[in-house]
Design a binder for this molecule. Structure first.
Ligand code: HH2
Length: 258
């Protein structure tokens, strides 16, 4: 999954793909480099980010979704807002990626009324508050329990099991130690019996480990993607598609232990 942020303030690619033409070109480039799906986002969820009004998020996201849909690109939309979900699905998106796990009133209904796939992600708190000293007794167990509850809720609302992916939400209300524990324990999430998504690309835990600036975290990100897939991830959400493709090709040739 290639990341395409049409925002001025995303932590890694903010401001680069604000113009729809630049966003379309980047989406097509990522596909060319080996992405299977393009994840379009119009609201940053980096720690401390301010919420974006729905009209503004639609203004950023919809032209890009429409342009990619005209090229038959498989499109995911990274949003917490039911109104954005509905418009993006109508414009051709096939996957809703919700870092809020469909918690907003009406979100479950929008997904239920369509036949799209959905990513349910764990986040402790909101982007405004999530990095203010998050505490867990057992981060892997708590994340697994949360994902189990959200999955059950979504299934009870009539969404087919085969439409749901789960994501532990690296960096969302977690310290570096929590993120590392989650990666070590990632394979235990496979007991939830759903494909797992991992988003580690360029995140601050990689900066903490390497001391590198966001734009210099390509090797660290590709390594993290390999580790995530080795630990059971079916989808990796990445900014650096070509580097990740090459790293995963080596893993595939050797064979993962899954
Ligand atoms: N991470 C980010 C955004 N959306 N979605 C899922 N499912 N999993 C993730 O780990 C995830 C996500 C944050 O990364 P990015 O989109 O690059 O930054 P920003 O939120 O600043 O736009």
């Amino acid at each position: 999954m290639g990341v395409l942020n049409t925002t001025p303030d995303s932590f890694s690619d903010g401001g680069r793909f604000l113009a729809p033409a630049a966003a379309l070109a980047q989406g097509l480039r990522m596909l060319d480099e080996g992405a299977h799906i393009v994840d379009v986002g119009g609201e940053s969820t980096r720690p401390g980010a301010e919420p974006v009004p729905e009209e503004e998020e639609l203004r950023r996201v919809l032209p890009v979704v429409e342009a990619l849909a005209r090229r038959d690109v498989p499109i995911s939309v990274d949003t917490m807002k039911p109104g954005v979900m509905a418009r993006a699905l109508a414009a051709g998106a096939c996957l809703i990626n919700d870092v809020n796990a469909l918690a907003a009133p009406g979100a479950l209904e929008v997904v239920g009324a369509s036949d799209c796939a959905v990513v349910l992600m764990h986040c402790k708190g909101t982007p405004q508050t999530m990095q203010a000293d998050p505490v867990y007794a057992d981060v892997v167990a708590e994340v697994r329990q949360f994902l189990r509850q959200r999955l059950d809720l979504v299934l009870a609302a009539g969404v087919g099991k085969d439409r749901v992916l789960l994501d532990p939400g690296f960096g969302f209300g977690k310290t570096t130690e929590h993120n590392l524990r989650l990666l070590r324990g990632f394979s235990s999430l496979s007991s939830l019996d759903r494909p797992l998504l991992a988003g580690l690309s360029r995140k601050s835990l990689l900066g903490k480990i390497t001391g590198l600036a966001v734009s210099d975290r390509v090797v660290a990100s590709a390594t993290a993607a390999v580790l995530a897939v080795q630990h059971g991830a079916s989808v990796v959400r990445v900014h650096d598609v070509a580097a990740t493709r090459d790293a995963l090709a080596v893993l595939a040739a050797v064979g993962s232990n899954q």
